[in-house]
Design a protein around this ligand. Sequence first.
Ligand code: LMR
Length: 329
Amino acid sequence: MKLKTILVALAATACFTSAFAQSPIVIKFSHVVATDTPKGQAAARFKQLAERATNGRVKVEVYPNSQLYKDKEELEALQLGAVQMLAPSLAKFGPLGVKEFELFDLPYAFPTKQALYNVTEGPIGKSLLKKLESKGITGLAYWDNGFKIMSANKPLALPSDFRGLKLRIQSSKVLDAQMRALGANPQVLAFSEVYQALQTGVVDGTENPPSNMYTQKMHEVQKYATLSNHGYLGYAVIVNKKFWDGLPADIRTALEGAMREATTYEKAIAQRDNDMALDAMKKSGRTQFITLNQQQQEAWKKALLPVHKQMEGRIGADLVNAIAKEGAK
Ligand code: LMR
């Protein structure tokens, strides 16, 4: 009788174990942008590649548009394990205590995408991702968006045009210094709140790559935008370290492969998506786009380049100098 009970219990355990083994590992991937942005499309591509590469043993659930969490909350949710994967902008790691990522916000730091890739794909990029580990986070890849344009309800051609304007920024202190260098008042707001803040006049303007401006319909509430390309916006794809380290090795290898492929895809579409978004906004006629002449560009640079020196204390002089060297190559 006793033996029978044990056998029944063992059989039940075996059933439970096999059911458990068969239920997929779920990766909740939360992000704040629209599905038709470079990040949104790459997240969808990663889902497809990851599920295929693991024969369905992994299920990726993508939650776009701040559906689950806003900027700051999503990082906390990742650390707590409520979601497993994110791709926050590089301007959003300061509040986490890894302020070196703000080097990507330095104005005019990257004259070309290649100069940027030399940083993200070289030793600097790798060492930055390593810094996340002490926060319980593993960095998997850098994703690209593009160079930013500046928008408002008045034309912004010279630094003096910024005086007194309230401009929305991400949580980076470098972006705060950038806006102050132009004479504006920076205001940190979550991405999901920007459209309404612009519409109601809580802020006067903002900066973003065209793909974000268009997919959030900001062009409907901004009369002017300057094609300044004064700064860069990119992402780090990150996972909860405990979750990642706890995955079976073959699954982790398959997911790394899927991430590599999704990253190649993301980089290939980022520029095209931004060009298309800019075209669509131009066609809509809601926003007037301003191109800076040589003299105006020089005035912007004169106002903004001192931010590099000013931010050495925050980012580290070594890193700021290393970026300058990469940019000059
Ligand atoms: C922003 O907050 O402006 C961007 O970081 C949003 C994003 O993720 O592209």
